[in-house]
Write a protein that binds this ligand. Structure first.
Ligand code: ARG
Length: 456
């Protein structure tokens, strides 16, 4: 097939080189954005009198037809085309004749692809934000249902202090809320139209870049034409936001895996989100959570891939930049798939409050509260801490708990201990008394849930 740019050449492109060079295999997924951009461009060319209004109308109608046929499947992508931009333009000329050849006036594939990828990322990231909001909604509902369920809070994977399951879930909700805000922040910075930067230096035609930008929902235009076509920093920012979202999903997944084990049994996954073993009949595996944890690596790889593609590239466009797409697409596909199963897995998972409560009863997680009891009676914290440590050691030796240790054993360490100690170290009291802002006390957890609900 003759290339659009064949005029200058004596020979056809070698067929392996042609395959190597072509990006239609993956950039065809941006056809909607490519056509949307071309329509806005053609409208501007007509309005500015760069081409006739009749030609502009014919081009726009032709593009609409191509889009409808691609949507319905009546038209297939030509895998011999160099990329989506060439494919659409060739198809347009096939359909409307020479008028189609006027579309590429005052434009280059360089600003075209820089536009398409921005439009595509904007659409897809808005979709991801919607999915994250669904996850926040599921978390808020779960947290509401278990806002008083006591479980051990951990540091170093050692039982530390009691928290509620609702509080624990809300911690993840805060992380996902920041992920949304990071994505929105990156979208805002990206929302400048590169169309009209042309190949690298702008154009001699009297274009109206602002009109095109407005028609396409941009807040403004790239002010430097070299920058407009040559940077993909917005892609890096979004990939970093996607990667962090995966970090949060993978930490959560790790906890789901632990909680679903017989050692913990804090949760029971719904059968629809767990799998069996081919040999061990008793198994119920948390594959979804494990896969989310595993797929995190791919998204980190995508971020590193794009950073490395951009490193050291001279201005302006270089073909290396064609490599931006697969990394971005893979990250988007991966995150989309993960959220698609993660959210319903969380929504359907059963929290086993009794098991959480039992785990919280062992491990002396009320020891801090025992020390605080003495402090509130006037003892300096460091002394109270020391006495409580000795009491814990005594309990371990006698195979008992702080709740069951008799009062005279306490009083042997300090006269400040009294009957009211037992109420002070009840786990319910420990949680209820954590009234500091952001703490695990009920009012704080309710406030957190209300905040999350206010942003979805
Ligand atoms: N397929 C190319 C890409 O994805 C489109 C831009 C090509 N520009 C060029 N000057 N060869 O980057």
């Amino acid at each position: 097939m003759d290339k659009m740019w064949a005029g200058r050449f004596q020979k056809n492109l070698d067929s392996a080189a042609d395959d190597f060079n072509s990006s239609i295999r993956f950039d065809s997924r941006m056809y909607w954005q490519d056509i949307q951009g071309s329509m806005a461009h053609a409208a501007m060319l007509g309005a500015q009198g760069i081409i006739s209004q009749a030609d502009a109308d014919a081009i726009i109608a032709g593009l609409e037809g191509i889009r409808a046929d691609l949507d319905s499947g009546a038209l297939a992508f030509d895998m011999a085309a160099e990329d989506i931009h060439m494919f659409v333009e060739a198809e347009l000329t096939k359909r409307i004749g020479d008028v189609g050849k006027r579309l590429h006036t005052a434009r280059s594939r360089n600003d075209q692809v820089a536009l398409d990828i921005r439009l595509y990322l904007r659409d897809e990231t808005n979709g991801l934000i919607g999915q994250l909001k669904e996850l926040l909604c599921a978390l808020a509902d779960k947290a509401e249902a278990h806002k008083s369920a006591i479980m051990p809070g951990y540091t170093h994977m050692q039982r530390a202090q009691p928290v509620t399951f609702g509080h624990h879930l809300m911690a993840y909700a805060m992380m996902f809320a920041r992920d949304i805000s990071r994505m929105k922040d990156a979208l805002k910075r990206m929302n400048e139209s590169p169309l009209g930067c042309c190949a690298l230096a702008g154009t001699t035609y009297k274009t109206d870049r602002m009109a095109v930008a407005r028609a396409l929902g941009f807040d403004g235009i790239a002010l430097n034409s070299l920058d407009g076509v040559a940077d993909r920093d917005f892609g890096v920012e979004l990939l970093a936001a996607y990667a962090l979202t995966m970090t949060h999903l993978s930490r959560f997944s790790e906890e789901i895996v632990l909680w679903a084990s017989w050692e913990f049994k804090f949760v029971e996954l719904d059968d629809a989100y767990a799998t069996g073993s081919s040999i061990m009949p008793q198994k119920k595996n948390p594959d979804m959570a494990e896969l989310v944890r595993g797929k995190t690596g791919r998204v980190y790889g995508d971020l590193m891939a794009l950073l490395t593609v951009l490193k050291g590239l001279p201005l302006a466009y270089n073909k290396d930049m064609q490599e931006d797409k697969e990394a971005l697409f893979d990250a988007i596909d991966t995150l989309k798939m993960c959220l698609n199963v993660f959210t319903p897995m969380i929504a359907t998972m059963q929290a086993l409050e009794g098991n959480m409560r039992r785990a919280a009863s062992n491990g002396f997680i009320n020891a801090t509260d025992c020390a605080d009891y003495l402090v509130k009676k006037g003892m300096p914290f460091r002394s109270a801490y020391k006495i409580t440590g000795q009491l814990v050691a005594e309990c371990i030796e006698k195979h008992t708990t702080l709740e069951e240790l008799p009062l005279d054993a306490y009083r042997a360490h300090s006269e400040l201990f009294d009957e009211d100690l037992y109420d002070a170290i009840r786990l319910e009291t420990c949680v209820a008394k954590r009234i500091s802002e952001g703490g695990t006390g009920l009012a704080s957890v309710e406030k957190q849930i209300a905040f999350i609900r206010s942003i979805i």
